[in-house]
Ligand binder design. Sequence first.
Ligand code: G
Ligand code: G
Ligand code: MN
Length: 426
Amino acid sequence: MSSIAQSDFAMSESRINEVTEMFTPLRSNITFTAGTRIFEENDKANDAYLIQKGYVEISRVTANEKKIEYLLGPGEIFGEIALLDGKTRTATAVAIHDTTVAPLTKQQIQSAIEGEDPLTQLLLHTAIRRLRKTLSKDDVDPNLTHLQTVGYGEYFQNTQKKAINYINRISSIQSAVSEQKFHLHYQPIIDLSTGFIKGFEALIRGPIDNPDLQRPDLFIPLAEDLGLIIPLGQWVLETAINGLIQLDAESAKLKLKNKVFMSVNVSAKQLEQVDVVENLAHTIEQSGFSEKRIKLEITETALLKQPDKAQSALNRLRQAGASIAIDDFGTGYSSLNYLHQFPLNTMKIDRSFISNIQTDQNRGRIVSAIINLAHDLGMDVVAEGIERKRELEWLERQNCEYAQGYYLDKPKTLVECIEMLKKAYY
Ligand code: G
Ligand code: G
Ligand code: MN
């Protein structure tokens, strides 16, 4: 046997430990018999513990005297302070009955904290720091100025910076939403068989007075976290409908036969609450646009989060007269299983599949297959992100109905779109 394979693939011991840790969500429970000292004051810390069964006494020694601080039972955590601040144990823990605990590793606790928003992280680290200081036996040096006492190391300073930045972003988006500072741009969607404009996608734009929130892919997720996407999404729908009314008026003047559709992006969060869906549905009904002139774009990830809720929301919106497009297809967890379960009319193939489609044969095969799949399921197809002539030419040879992208047109103001209708085709 050759040894090449082994040396090529050998991992260092520390890497193996790292990988094992990553894939071991919980270590197995440990049972301590009554009287066992689990750890002692000033020990180094490796784990915190969640008590499953039994009792643990937490004590500290001050002036040579042991003082019992707590008696902890099932469901309580101990050993978390040293684990969170990386210092030594503030107390001694002794099992006073036979006690079973689930060990929590530093990595688990850190990733739990890092999953929280920056403000929660700051609150938590601040609480731990204050607690550590309260428990500290060292007197604070009276000569320290306030500024020096809060000079807490790089990690904490980063946590502080992130929290300040987060608060500023929150207040920027809150005022932008309440003052309705947004506007919509519209990007044409072209019918590949005629070259005419078939519809537009409404895309939200700032201005938000914060350099970190200039693009919708930056401010939409924050608006979702804060629940602001609900009023914002309702405003987008109403504004896009007004846009469609004006486009129709212009089409009538120009005696254009074909009426355009309006695509509106809808976030998963807007589909979660029945009353929010009801408002959207009502707005669509009120607009009087039937024949699927309003298309709602929803990402596949949004549908899969809570499939049952999503399904009844989509049914309600279809009943109101909207058609439904699945957005960014191919980038989420493309579970093919759901495709036929939801009431979908249109598939929008993500732009990552389209770029250089002509030179990359495999990519071309995938897109062809996606187009056929969509058609078999009764959907029409929009290819997104056409940036080059050759991509458009390739798509024209496929049975893809519609295309959208910078090569055709960038998102533009309503006035510019009305001008575009006058030229009408490419
Ligand atoms: O152009 P663009 O940078 O606008 O959009 C970036 C992302 O933001 C896209 O994924 C798009 O779907 C999303 N987006 C744009 N406008 C809206 C909107 O009005 N509502 C929601 N929920 N998402 C939007
Ligand atoms: O996720 P959604 O499909 O809604 O996003 C549309 C986004 O794609 C918008 O941000 C829009 O500005 C952008 N977009 C539209 N056409 C093109 C294109 O040809 N190339 C690139 N890179 N982005 C595009
Ligand atoms: Mn979209």
